[in-house]
Design a protein around this ligand. Structure first.
Ligand SMILES: [Fe+2]
Length: 278
């Protein structure tokens, strides 16, 4: 866990939630308590990304991290990459769709619909944005007490779906907190000191505090293609002030995203699933 009363790193500012509550002297003592915006699995869904970034700005944060899959499935890969480039995340890792879209992998492991979308994405990407994807680092990545990984830190393309996956990952972790995506399901695998690992679903949104001494694997859900039968975009914050994770669900223009997929000639299942959140 982060030390909370040390000198702030250059990029850190007082957590947004604290700035309004503390006077100058108190604020200076807590200056390294950082509120982190966590985004993942954007999947070229510009309508969802714009809604999330506007909502996040309203709520306030100090820095952003991104867990990959900027592209794939959706109709606006260049625009979404440019939103992320403008956001300039403090730390980020690549996803399996990012790898396939820029040619790091061939995409042969994808199902037919996903592969068709990746082939479309490859021809749609600008050279600059393809190069940006090529430059994204592989996970896992250390980020100031948080470990970032698109999938499992054992293999960035493996899923952490159930308890046995989480137990295997936790056994090899030195960091108490890890952030991951890839499954498109928001939630936490929590291990209290000396206790068994416990999954906590956060798909409806909400705040969960990580107790002192506990370890947690946290998934912020997916912005661009939620799969928990809730079509609302999903993202999260981590607040160092009280070591909480907050999952946020917000409605966005799903019909606009669906129409863009149709207009782009992408496979029909990709627009249908957005309406259902599957
Ligand atoms: Fe994904």
């Amino acid at each position: 866990m982060r030390v909370t009363c040390e000198a702030a790193p250059a990029e850190a500012r007082p957590a947004a939630a604290l700035r309004g509550r503390l006077d100058g002297s108190a604020a200076s003592r807590y200056i390294s308590l950082v509120r982190t915006l966590i985004i993942s699995d954007l999947h070229a869904n510009l309508h969802a990304v714009d809604a999330v970034l506007a909502d996040a700005r309203r709520r306030g944060y100090d820095r952003a991290v991104c867990l990959g899959d900027l592209v794939g499935y959706g109709a606006h890969p260049n625009e979404v990459i440019e939103r992320v480039r403008d956001l300039a995340p403090w730390r980020m890792v690549r996803g399996n769709h990012d790898k396939a879209a820029c040619g790091v992998t061939d995409g042969d492991a994808f199902n037919e619909v996903a592969r068709e979308a990746i082939l479309w994405t490859r021809q749609a990407l600008s050279t600059a944005n393809r190069d940006y994807l090529l430059g994204l680092p592989a996970g896992p990545l250390e980020a100031g007490g948080l470990l970032l990984s698109h999938g499992s830190p054992l293999d960035e393309e493996d899923y952490i779906m159930g308890d046995s996956d989480a137990v295997a990952v936790m056994a090899g972790l030195s960091d108490p907190l890890m952030l991951f995506g890839h499954t498109h399901f928001a939630g936490v695998f929590l291990a209290l000191p000396g206790g068994p690992l416990r999954p906590v679903g956060l798909g409806r949104g909400g705040i969960m505090r990580v107790p002192a001494g506990a370890r947690a694997l946290f998934n912020p859900g997916s912005i661009g293609q939620p799969r928990d039968r809730d079509p609302r975009a999903c993202y999260a914050f981590h607040d160092e002030a009280d070591n909480t994770f907050e999952v946020v669900r917000i409605a966005y223009d799903v019909e606009g995203a669906r129409e863009a997929i149709v207009a782009a000639g992408l496979p029909a299942p990709l627009e249908r699933r957005l309406a259902l959140g599957i």
